[in-house]
Design a protein around this ligand. Structure first.
Ligand SMILES: Nc1ncnc2c1ncn2[C@@H]1O[C@H](COP(=O)(O)OP(=O)(O)OP(=O)(O)O)[C@@H](O)[C@H]1O
Ligand SMILES: [Mg+2]
Length: 305
């Protein structure tokens, strides 16, 4: 269990973290969602013990984390936001170098390197220079380089920056597998879709303060509306207004109708009815409440500017 208790970190120009408190139980996939400069990396640096707090403290399984307590780092893998790899070296050479830094005996190290290259889908490319890798491959190598010492906790600081959507998926699946194997994962991002997809609990951070904390469903339930459905205005949909009205309250806007579903609404029934009325799916758009909308409501700003 990671326990962060009223943590404050000040830099000369800015208070990067202000009385941050949160608990992350073992095995959780925890997301830290916030815009640029919110304090995500600072919190990661404190969690791994690279920086000391000005006030408050962090403990892991009851042991207080501090810069001088190097033995606690055995339990933590830190995947930095900027890649920590040597381009001119092969994947294998990079991993060997990291393994030596962790002080892993050579025979054991080679076994682990093979396992991890394999699990990250990089075994075939192990002898190639890192500079020939795609963004996604570099990111995956960056992750396994940070966990050669087999830590129980993995801190991933924006691990998908600069990665195309397909490789991003490979990273998600890789991290999900690690989490299923029991690793606790703390994941920072400013993409709310990533947090929604991956994380069992999320803390939304802004200007060094946690402004919302909970499961995705808990967070979304704080918004004053549930899902809405907009329906394009045309002769066919106009004819079917009674069908829509049987599912909730319908209001007319300039170019579309807006349906607020009534209690007990089931999307499958709705679409079955739509289909049997001869209406096209393209005319209908579903809007779910999002973490982006919650952030907007809490701060008056968007997550990505
Ligand atoms: N070493 C440092 N010295 C001085 N100020 C710093 C330092 N590190 C971070 N800051 C400041 O602290 C604040 C929080 O920065 P931090 O890097 O933790 O944000 P972040 O949420 O990781 O942002 P990003 O999404 O851009 O990575 C920012 O205002 C930043 O300028
Ligand atoms: Mg950062």
């Amino acid at each position: 269990m990671i326990k962060v208790d009223r943590l404050t970190k000040k830099f000369p120009e800015v208070t990067a973290l202000r009385e941050v408190s949160l608990e992350i139980p073992e095995g959780e996939f925890f997301g830290l969602l916030g815009p640029n400069g919110a304090g995500k990396t600072t919190l990661m640096s404190l969690l791994v013990g690279y920086l000391d707090a000005d006030d408050g403290q962090i403990s892991i399984d009851g042991e207080v984390v501090r810069r001088d307590k190097l033995d606690l780092r055995k339990h933590i893998g830190f995947v930095p936001q900027s890649l920590a790899l040597y381009d001119e070296m092969s994947a294998l050479q990079n991993l060997e170098m990291f393994g030596k830094l962790f002080g892993i005996p050579s025979r054991e190290l080679h076994k682990r390197i093979e396992e991890k290259l394999d699990s990250a889908g990089l075994f075939e490319r192990r002898k190639d220079k890192v500079k020939t890798f795609s963004g996604g491959m570099k990111r995956r190598l960056n992750i396994i380089a940070s966990m050669l010492h087999d830590p129980g906790i993995l801190l991933c600081d924006e691990p998908t920056v600069g990665v195309d959507p397909q490789s991003r998926n490979a990273i998600f699946e890789f991290l999900e597998r690690l989490n299923k194997q029991g690793k606790t994962i703390v994941y920072t991002t400013h993409y709310m879709e990533e947090a929604e997809r991956l994380c069992s609990r999320i803390g939304i951070i802004d200007h060094g303060t946690i402004i919302a904390l909970g499961s995705v469903d808990e967070l979304l339930s704080r918004l004053p509306y549930d899902e809405t459905i907009s329906i394009m205005k045309n002769p066919s949909t106009r004819e079917c207004l009674p069908v829509f009205q049987s599912f909730g309250t319908l209001t007319e806007e300039d170019d579309h109708y807006e349906l607020k579903p009534s209690d007990g609404f089931a999307l499958s029934n709705f679409f079955a009815k739509v289909e049997s009325s001869g209406l096209k799916y393209q005319w209908i758009e579903l809007h779910r409440p999002t973490l982006e909308a919650l952030f907007l409501q809490l701060t008056g700003r968007r997550l990505r500017d």
